[in-house]
Structures are given as C-alpha cells and as structure tokens.
Design a protein around this ligand. Structure first.
Ligand code: BES
Ligand code: MN
Ligand code: ZN
Length: 503
C-alpha cells in the first residue's frame, strides 16, 4: 500500500511521528541549516547542526543522517537529508527537494509515520514546492513485492503516513490531491514495468490497460489479431507473429469537458524484446522486460489526465507485441505493409519498436489531433548518446522544445536532439519505401526518429521521447528512483499537456 499524505499547520511539538525529516544543504565546510530545520533545532537546544557535523553529515544528495531526539520532541528520530549545494540565489531547486524527500522515504523503512519539514526549505512553500515534497516522499516509498513469497509482517516497510508541515494546511489541500494522483500514476507504470513478461504478455497488458482506463472513466477499445488483420496493421502483426501470445492494439480516450486541445499519445508496448530472429546477446536480455515502459506511461498518463479533469481530449494508442524468434516469426528480408500503406524492408528484427509504432502513429494521426506525443524504449543508441538518466527528445522543433521545457519542471532529465537531414539516407531501401534498421550505428537514436517521422502527417506537431535508459533503473536506487521501473516520462507528459492548455 502506498503511504497516505496530508498537511498540517500545527507546531512540531504537537505533531507526533516515528521520525521527522529536515533538509540540510552542502556548505564549503560542512552541512548548512535550512529554514525548515529551525523548529527541530530549537527543540534540540540549538545543537542540531553541531550534532550533524559530529556524525559526518556533509549535505550531499542522497545522504541521510539519523540522530536520536533524546526525548526532546514527540518523535524518536530526526533524519537530516542532504540537498546538495545551494543555488546562486541561496535556495534549492524543486528537484533537489524532490530527490531529498525520496531519499528520506527510502532511508526511513520501518518508521510507520513520518513528518517532513522539507516544504519550508525555500521559505514559504508554493504549489510547486509542495508537489516536489509530496511526489518525492511518495515515489521514494514505492516498493514492488508482488513476487516475494514469505514477506514477514514485521519487516521494515516504507513509511505508511507522510505529514507535510506547512504554514496553511487549507492551502496545501489542492496541491496534495495532485501529488496523490501523480504518485498513483507513476506507481502504475512501475508496477507494469516490473511485472515479468511471462505474466505480462500483450493480451494481459491490454487487459490491465483497459481495466485502468475503465476505472478512470475512459472509453476503451482493444483490437485483437483478427481486428489487426482487418485494419491493415501489418507492422504490429509482423512483430507479434513470432509469439504464440498474439499482439494487440489498445486505445484509451478521455474526452474532457470544454476540451481546448486534442492530444494523441503513442507508447511502445513490446512486452518482451528478445530481438527476434536477429536475436540479442544473453547478457542483458532480461532487461527487455521493460520494453513496454512507453506503453505503460501513456496508459497511466491518459488515466491521470482524466483523474485531474483537465479540459483536453486525449487518446492513447498503444501497440503491443512480444518479439520472439520462432518458425512463425517475421524475418530479416521480409517486407511489411503498414496501416497507411507504406512499406518497410526488414533488415533487423530487433528494430521492432519502430515497426509497431509506425502502425500506431498512422492510426493516431487519423483522428486529426493537434499534437502527437510518442514515447518508447526505442534505441540502445539513446544510452550511448545521453547515458542512463537523460531521455532524448526529437520531433518538430517547437513541440520538442516544449517537452524539454516541461521536463525541467517535472524533474525527468531530457535533452533536445536534431534530425539531421543526411541521416535519413540511412533507411533508404533498394526495394521498399525504407528499411527498418540502418546498416551502420552512427546516430542510431536519430535514425530511429527519422523512421517514425515517415508516419507523421506533414504539419502535425510531434515529439518522440526515447526513454531506453531513463525508464528502467538497472543500478542502485537514488533520490526517489527505485531499482527497476522508474515511471519516466509520465510526469513530463502531464506537464507538457498542462502547458499546451495554458501556454
Ligand atoms: N528495445 C530495444 C532498445 C533498448 C536497448 C532499450 C537497451 C533499452 C535498453 C530496441 O528494440 C532495439 O533493440 N533497438 C536496436 C535497434 C537497432 C537494431 C537499429 C538497438 O538499439 O540496438
Ligand atoms: Mn529490439
Ligand atoms: Zn525493443
């Protein structure tokens, strides 16, 4: 169960908890106090900072230093979490606060209730600050236990109750409602990504997406294999043909009242990517359980937009297939005909994402949306170019830059990438309209985007977010990001849609 989150404006000495969280900055010669820590410092007789320095605290991100309150407040433990060095203005970014709140939640396993003073780090908390504290605290408390057999009832579980101290609890209500909705959406993405591929095959992903969509009041459409044949979805069918568990295409629509924009979302839903006949090496193949992270993200986003009641129409179009080698698998050398009639020569069955996305983008464009936002674990080249935490964003210039700007607010690192004209030649085919995989590896992330661009009608603003690295954390947890599914880029998709409605 995810923790509850509430706000209080009572004084700290009247707010009992199992632990209280304060932020500390990184100074040139030791930890720096923050405005929020004053109340704790007073209860501890002005000795908080010297105690922290004695314990070796530096104020670094992801550093949590615990000390006993020695009975000086209605909480046994004080947890001081690092915010890193202050910005030039002397304050800390919302993202620094979000990460600190997440690190604190991870470090406070076994403490049922937590009171956090992080909202006060930048002085009076505005909505953005509260979003950061709340999201960080809830996302950091995430755990995936569905496949743990003997979980002891008394194990050190993540905090169950988070209370944010604010000057005005009434004013904090609305921001925390949004926090709750966002955290639930991120948890849904993480759960779907973390569910193993033997249990999450295309029909099951479609069923879980449909279930979430119905619960959010969306209209739901699932195309099975017969429907895909009838609809001319040659790409989804080709990629799905190697598995006995056939492909699907899910469509979820939210029609908000007084809709000001029509948004198409598309997400890659490869429930497992072995590479197919162009099979991947065994080493890291198990990471390809995460190859449906884009699908999970757009499913969660359309549900989230509905829950928040935004004045917008959003349709998620989600192609789902399992990419396996077999006697019925699609082959290198096959020519595939897509929904819009274009044809691709398959040169590598491991470039399967673009093959299913081609159909989905073509279908999504038939609704004449105002913008199209697509996200996928498309290329290993994304990791080579930008590392594991920064997504690459391509597409039409203005929407691409709008997504990157939104990502600055959401705290999901993204960077704009070009579509150099000369790279388009990399997918020229001698026999078809194009090949699906470039022969050389140069600019692989950009060539993938060039392929997708072939399916976007002229004049439709679009963005492609390559999340191969950022959607799945194969390293240690950090900030509010656990191992496994991360939930990227749900918060940026939401922020982009919100910006489209206001900007
Ligand atoms: N799902 C992979 C991309 C990927 C790699 C995601 C590593 C996450 C981590 C994708 O389907 C793929 O295999 N892409 C190929 C494309 C190539 C054959 C043109 C790649 O990146 O090697
Ligand atoms: Mn692949
Ligand atoms: Zn893939």
């Amino acid at each position: 169960m995810p923790p509850t989150i509430t706000a209080t404006d009572r004084p700290l000495e009247k707010t009992p908890a199992d632990a209280v969280v304060v932020g500390v900055g990184k100074g040139p010669s030791g930890p720096l106090p923050t405005p929020g820590a004053e109340a704790v410092d007073r209860l501890l007789g002005g000795r908080l900072m010297s105690a922290l320095a004695d314990l070796g605290a530096r104020g670094n991100p992801d550093e949590v230093t615990r000390l006993s309150s020695l009975g000086q407040g209605p909480f046994p433990v004080v947890a001081a979490v690092g915010l890193g060095a202050p910005e030039a203005t002397g304050g800390y970014s919302a993202e620094a606060v979000r990460r600190a709140a997440g690190a604190a939640s991870r470090a406070l396993s076994g403490r049922g209730s937590v009171v956090t003073l992080l909202a006060a780090v930048g002085g009076a908390p505005d909505a953005e600050r509260l979003h950061a504290v709340g999201e960080g605290a809830l996302l950091g408390a995430y755990e995936f236990t569905a496949y743990k057999s003997d979980l002891p009832a008394d194990r050190p579980a993540p905090p169950r109750e988070v209370t944010v101290v604010v000057p005005d609890a009434g004013a904090a209500k609305a921001p925390l409602v949004r926090v709750r909705a966002v955290a639930d959406a991120v948890a849904l993405v993480r759960d779907l990504v973390n569910t193993p591929p033997n249990d999450l095959f295309p029909a099951e992903l479609a069923a879980r997406g449909a279930e979430a969509g119905k619960a959010a009041g969306l209209s739901v459409e699932v195309l099975d294999e017969d429907d895909l044949v009838a609809g001319g979805y040659g790409g989804v069918l080709a990629v799905g043909s190697g598995s006995v568990r056939g492909p699907r295409l899910l469509r979820l629509t939210y029609s908000g009242k007084k809709a000001r924009k029509k948004v198409a979302l598309v997400g890659k839903g490869i429930t497992f990517d072995s590479g197919g006949l162009s099979i991947k090496p065994a080493q890291n193949m198990h990471h390809m359980t995460s190859d449906m992270a884009g699908a999970a993200a757009v499913i969660a986003t359309v549900c989230l937009v509905s829950r928040l009641g935004l004045p917008v129409e959003v349709t998620a179009t989600v192609p789902m297939a399992e990419n396996l080698p077999s006697g019925t698998a699609y082959r290198p050398a096959d020519v595939v005909t897509f929904r819009n009639g274009k044809k691709a020569e398959i040169t590598n069955t491991d470039a399967e994402g673009r093959v299913v996305l081609a159909d989905a983008i073509a279908r999504a464009a038939e609704d004449s949306p105002d913008v199209l936002l697509e996200t996928s674990t498309l290329t290993g080249a994304q990791l080579v170019a930008l590392g594991s935490r920064t997504a690459g964003v391509m597409g039409s210039d203005d929407l691409r830059d709008a997504v990157v700007a939104a990502s600055r607010r959401s705290g999901e690192p993204m960077w704009p990438m070009p579509l150099p004209e000369e790279l388009r030649r990399g997918i020229d085919s001698p026999i078809a309209d194009f090949v699906n995989a470039n022969a050389d590896r140069m600019g692989g992330m950009l060539v993938g985007a060039h392929f997708l661009a072939e399916f976007v009608p002229a004049g439709l603003p679009w963005a492609h977010i390559d999340i191969a690295g950022p959607s799945y954390n194969t390293g240690a947890p950090w900030g509010y990001t656990p191992k496994g599914g991360t939930g990227v880029p749900v918060r940026t998709l939401l922020a982009t849609i919100e910006d489209l409605l206001t900007g």
